[in-house]
Write a protein that binds this ligand. Structure first.
Ligand code: SAH
Ligand code: SF4
Ligand code: F3S
Length: 457
């Protein structure tokens, strides 16, 4: 890869080129963008987030296709950059990420978007410098999509957004094939990384000043199941990560409820660095819908699991994902979801309107739900969730929380950070606290954030 990085660098030498990265989708994509950003820097580009795109020489879209919205957004953006390119013909437009793994998208680009310069997918991002080089010298559209991973998932190239926290991939892909979800088709089957590689990467990050690590995977609970040698499971991996000196916080996402083991619950309970926060997507509270979704658990099993977690881990914060309007969802099914969220009392939740994804089994299901009905259900769900979340947040009032400070807002001179439970906390204090863990007393609780006062020196 270095060979082509150097070649593009030579082509760009002295030209002060600027690149802009637009990332859609989940943390996997955000993490991939950190790698692409590092490649761009090494190829001689300066990274900008200029909203007007005036000085941009290269624009990269790392795309998502989990729902329809991000797709529409991309094609809207491409129309805008097509016009920009008319005024500036050497502007480079790069597309990559999950959406590019879909055949119909590539056909659409070939047919109607000939002004796009380079296209690659989720399995060959390491080829970006080579593909860009080929485009720069030929000025013709370069499309290279791999159907599967060919052991090219390197983690060495990275530019982190924050110096004090970082994500580390532990498992790629997904084997679950939930009937609504496109991810297994665009990210391939599960591939766990060797644990020594993971630990080495984390140690390097900690030496570099990182305090908080997010272990990433579509389903981290399956970590290790596919390994042939050095086989350990996710709970065992957490023990090893917890032993790394200098590391202060460990987070992970996402856990699938079907295989959250007792060992994992005990690991979260017993390991001092593992944050007491669990993201456990339920998707629906109706057994009929869960079955159609191919989630492989029932509402009773999910609720039992939640009880076990709450019994074992004092004060755990729980978050979830919910889909409204899955094909054939009745009012009764929906009310079962409402009932479940009232029983669990999540601390936060991401709710989504079901989005039909071509190529998934759910797209072929006959009873797609009328959008007006879904909007009404969605509105009600949000109302119920907000009431629960507001009530849960009030618990923090008057408490002293340990906050990892993430950002300083110059305008209102406020710091923003997160407590162990992943709640956002705003407070006034000194700019140089960014990256530090400080004690903050919570004085007010809003639905989506807390307000605090720094205590101690
Ligand atoms: N691997 C994770 C997250 C995958 S995508 C997990 O299994 O939980 C994140 C969320 O997007 C999912 O949890 C689901 O709630 C939502 N999602 C996925 N496909 C969707 C679709 N077709 N329509 C609406 N929401 C969807
Ligand atoms: Fe999609 Fe299900 Fe895999 Fe999550 S577990 S990525 S929802 S198929
Ligand atoms: Fe993530 Fe979207 Fe891909 S949610 S895995 S970026 S389809």
């Amino acid at each position: 890869m270095d060979y082509y990085i150097d070649k593009v660098f030579d082509l760009n030498f002295g030209k002060k080129k600027t690149a802009k990265i637009n990332t859609f989708g989940c943390q996997m994509n955000a993490h991939d963008s950190e790698k692409l950003c590092d490649m761009l820097l090494k190829m001689g580009y300066k990274i900008t987030d200029d909203k007007n795109n005036n000085d941009v020489d290269l624009v990269l879209f790392n795309t998502c296709c989990v729902r329809e919205n991000p797709e529409d957004k991309l094609f809207g953006n491409l129309g805008y950059f097509k016009n920009k390119k008319k005024l500036k013909p050497d502007l480079k437009i790069i597309l990559c990420g999950c959406m590019m793994q879909q055949k119909h998208i590539i056909e659409k680009i070939k047919k109607s978007y000939d002004f796009v310069d380079v296209v690659f997918g989720t399995f060959n991002a390491h080829k970006f410098p080579e593909l860009l080089f080929n485009n720069l010298v030929t000025n013709s559209q370069i499309i290279d999509i791999w159907k599967e991973n060919k052991n090219h998932e390197e983690e060495i190239y990275l530019t982190r957004k924050y110096f004090f926290k970082a994500s580390v991939n532990i498992i790629y892909g997904c084997n679950n094939f939930c009937s609504y979800c496109i991810v297994p088709y665009v990210r391939g089957r599960e591939r766990s990384r060797n644990f020594n590689e993971i630990l080495d990467e984390i140690k390097k990050l900690v030496d570099d000043g990182v305090k908080e690590i997010m272990l990433l995977g579509q389903n981290v609970n399956s970590y290790g199941l596919d390994l042939k040698e050095n086989k350990i499971n996710f709970a065992e991996l957490l023990f090893k990560v917890n032993n790394i000196n200098g590391l202060e916080r460990i987070r992970f996402m996402t856990s699938h409820p079907k295989d959250l083991s007792d060992d994992l619950i005990f690991a979260i309970r017993d390991l001092n660095k593992v944050c007491k926060h669990l993201h456990l997507p339920v998707q629906s509270g109706s057994n009929r819908i869960l079955k159609l979704m191919n989630r492989k658990y029932t509402r009773e099993k999910y609720l039992d699991l939640i009880n076990k977690i709450k019994m074992n881990i004092n004060d755990i914060a729980l978050s979830t994902d919910i889909i409204v309007g899955f094909p054939s969802e009745t009012e009764n099914d929906f009310l079962e979801t409402i009932d479940l969220i009232k029983k669990v009392e999540f601390n936060s939740a991401f709710s989504f309107i079901y989005s039909k994804r071509e190529g998934t089994p759910a797209a072929k299901m006959s009873e797609q739900i009328d959008s007006e009905i879904v909007k009404k259900r969605f509105g009600y769900l949000i109302k119920v969730l907000n009431e629960i979340i507001e009530k849960k947040n009030k618990i923090y009032n008057g408490k002293v929380e340990k906050i990892l400070v993430e950002e300083f807002d110059e305008e209102n001179k406020k710091l923003t950070g997160r407590n162990e439970k992943n709640m956002l906390v705003h407070f006034e204090s000194d700019k140089n606290l960014v990256g530090k863990i400080v004690n903050v007393k919570i004085i007010d609780a809003k639905p989506f954030y807390l307000i605090g006062q720094k205590i101690g020196s």
